[in-house]
Design a binder for this molecule. Structure first.
Ligand code: GMT
Length: 370
């Protein structure tokens, strides 16, 4: 099959899922065309079946904000016709599903392709419900040939917020490569006795970076520990300032964006994800695959990934003391940590990439054949 994948190229879950999906599809013999304004951050290596098409956004003095959605639609239209795409798979509704619909309208007489849209999270929970995007989000969902959501929570929230009860949204969860994200050898490569707490994200307010620093500050009062923050984003500076204010800055490392996420996770003892909302929590799944238990919040789709009291601990949003207690209970009891680590790895196996990719293939086949 010839598949176009449109996604955000930036550090974040939706771009990671889209890229890993495309690369896996190419390995299974499909021709995959990535379309975005920059190369997706996880797109490395060479595969003859993978092509990246950069969207060129023309500028003009009149444009204070060049219309990316239109430039994207034009690139999608051109790539779809030239490469005879069967499917365009839009990751994150806004503006990708909208631009795909526009491209399909433009090429209607010349070439026919299907649109599959995957809803990832804030495209529904935050951005899509903003009045300035609400109607076009609903329109774009309704005009897609198939729609998937990465969790049951996100499917239900889409129905609730947008009322498109007959959209037939299929839940296809995020996935992880168990070969790439494997546990560290025992003993773990961390300085003896010092625990490493880790968080990886694009550091937007929804991730509650200050809570992460506060949880860590509380934990390190009771045992030697370091906090490693991976990624970058608007709240990075505030997190560093909070670490200074709490007197723990020397024990907090902000390492920026790194490529080897699996390697980083293998040096961690605990993964922190105390988000305001989280439709799935891909980084939590990747941590679990490496045998790292998760301490996070009982929000959105996170309970579909992390089982409270088994593969990690889930508490309330903003409950720093409770979340720190959950972290300490795991870190201070070696047997308990080992059990949680093994359970996390076992749980991640349910989301094995080899189980999930065939579900997307089946969906493509259904919409193309339908
Ligand atoms: O929706 C977003 O916030 C963006 C997106 C991203 O690119 O980071 O994250 C969402 O999609 C991920 C991949 O499906 C999910 O694992 C994240 O839970 C989800 N983020 C939120 O819901 C906050």
């Amino acid at each position: 099959m010839r598949i176009g994948i449109v996604c955000y190229p930036t550090y974040g879950g939706s771009g990671a899922v889209a890229t890993e999906l495309g690369l896996a599809l190419a390995l299974r013999g499909h021709d995959v065309h990535f379309i975005s304004y920059a190369q997706p951050f996880r797109l490395h290596g060479f595969n003859e079946r993978v092509t990246f098409h950069e969207v060129r956004i023309g500028s003009y003095p009149l444009f204070e904000h060049p219309p990316y959605s239109l430039a994207l639609a034009v690139t999608l239209e051109q790539v779809a016709v030239r490469e005879r795409l069967d499917v365009i798979h839009a990751h994150y509704a806004i503006p990708h599903a909208t631009s795909a619909w526009l491209a399909r309208e433009i090429v209607a007489d010349k070439h026919r392709f299907r649109i599959v849209t995957t809803l990832h999270g804030t495209d529904i929970t935050l951005v899509g419900q903003d009045p300035s995007y609400f109607s076009i989000t609903r329109f774009s969902i309704e005009k897609s040939d198939a729609v998937t959501a990465v969790s049951e929570f996100l499917r239900d929230e889409t129905y609730r917020a947008f009322g498109c009860g007959d959209c037939g949204i299929e839940v296809i969860p995020n996935f992880v490569s168990l070969d790439l994200f494997h546990p560290a050898p025992d003993p773990r490569p961390t300085p003896a006795g010092e625990k490493v707490l880790m968080h990886i994200s694009n550091m937007r307010p929804v991730k509650r970076l200050l809570d992460i620093v506060r949880i860590f500050a509380r934990v390190q009062q009771e045992l030697p520990a370091r906090l490693v923050l991976v990624g970058d984003g608007p709240d990075r500076d505030a997190a560093q300032r909070e670490a200074e204010a709490l007197g723990v800055a020397a024990r907090v490392r902000c390492v920026g964006k790194i490529e080897d996420v699996a390697g980083a996770l293998r040096s961690a003892d605990l993964y922190l994800l105390p988000s305001q909302t989280e439709s799935f929590g891909l980084s939590a799944l990747e941590a679990m695959a490496t045998g790292v238990p998760v301490v996070g919040t009982r929000v959105g789709g996170l309970p579909e990934v992390v089982e409270h009291g088994v593969s990690g601990f889930l508490g309330e949003v903003g409950d720093v003391e409770g979340l720190a207690r959950g972290a300490l209970d795991l870190l201070c009891d070696r047997d308990r940590w080992r059990a949680a680590s093994a359970a996390a790895r076992a749980r991640a196996a349910l989301f094995d990439i080899d189980k999930v990719i065939p579900r997307y293939e089946a969906l493509y086949a259904a919409v193309v054949g339908g």
